[in-house]
Write a protein that binds this ligand. Structure first.
Ligand code: ASP
Length: 307
């Protein structure tokens, strides 16, 4: 049986205001989303796997400087870029993640290597970088990750002594994808620079299976973006999967309950993209906006604001 292919991607949620957006900048964001959507969808359309599709979509978003992942990763308190990423295979429930890695061009690809070749699920910092060298990953110099916009954000955060999420003053930024392939296999991937000016080796929800990233063929695939601490405490991605598996909720209702009710009650701002095993897509967020896009048998959308 051939399944309906579907993919949904995001470039982060947050206080994205029309008043601070120019038409030219909006077009750049939309083009970045469109390119990533195409990178993932074309793999699915050619009969490729959801795992390859989410990895390609996320790598494309990582290479796009306006999103907080890979090239556009924010600065931490030491002026470095410490990135987190994860990928999960819904067919096997295998998962791989990296936390606090520096110099890796595409952390999502390293997360996949962790899943496929390390015998572990989550590798951190220098250990993850040693593993990357063994796997033949190339390292980029700090200058590759330098962008004027991120440097300014970091300087502002330093002056105010704040730890900041991306996308304006309440900024979330992170990229991710969830997909269903023609064989009915689901996969999800997420990648982030985390929070501007973060310290002490802070890790968010993105690289943690079940929190910011989850995929299970029985239910759905999910990639989250938002205030990581709250998403970890709410085990957001797994909670949605459980509501579908154990309570029989639809993808839409499960997402609604978690994003607009459970998360809101504990002050968890953000959103997610989700695809279920029938190819339905849900992209809820409780923040001002979320960079997002999807393509299914009857949807082809690129959106930023609520409408
Ligand atoms: N969830 C990410 C983190 O807390 C940030 C984001 O989505 O913007 O690291």
């Amino acid at each position: 049986m051939t399944h309906n292919i579907s993919i949904a991607i995001h470039g982060g949620a947050g206080t994205i205001l029309r008043s601070t957006m120019t038409p030219a900048l909006q077009l750049q964001y939309e083009n970045g989303l469109q390119d990533a959507l195409h990178a993932g969808y074309s793999i699915l359309a050619a009969g490729g796997s959801s795992l390859d599709a989410v990895a390609a979509a996320v790598a494309s978003l990582e290479d796009f400087a306006l999103f907080n992942a890979g090239k556009g990763a924010v600065f931490n308190s030491a002026g470095k870029h410490e990135m987190d990423a994860a990928i999960m295979n819904g067919k096997t429930l295998e998962a791989g993640g990296v936390c606090g890695v520096n110099g890796i061009k595409n952390p999502v690809r390293l997360a996949r290597a962790v899943m496929e070749h390390s015998g572990h699920v989550l590798l951190a910092g220098m250990g993850a970088e040693d593993f990357a060298r063994l796997q033949g990953f190339e390292f980029e110099p700090d200058s590759y990750f330098y962008t004027e916009q991120r440097y300014k954000q970091w300087q502002e955060a330093l002056l105010e002594g704040k730890v900041q999420l991306d996308h304006s003053d309440k900024k979330f930024g992170t990229v991710g994808a969830a997909a269903l392939d023609k064989d009915g296999n689901l996969a999800a991937a997420t990648s982030t620079g985390g929070m501007t000016n973060k310290k002490y080796g802070r890790i968010g929800d993105s690289p943690i299976p079940g929190a910011g990233t989850y995929a299970n063929n029985k239910t759905c695939a999910i990639s989250c973006t938002g205030h990581g601490e709250l998403f970890i405490r709410s085990v957001v991605a797994y909670d949605i999967s459980c509501l579908i598996e154990y309570k029989g909720l639809s993808l839409h209702d499960a997402c609604k309950l978690v994003v607009y009710d459970k998360l809101v009650k504990i002050g968890g701002e953000g959103g997610l993209v989700a695809v279920d095993n029938q190819g339905n897509v849900s992209m809820p967020f409780n923040s001002e906006g979320m960079y997002r896009a999807c393509r299914t048998k009857d949807r082809n959308e690129v959106k930023i604001y609520k409408d």
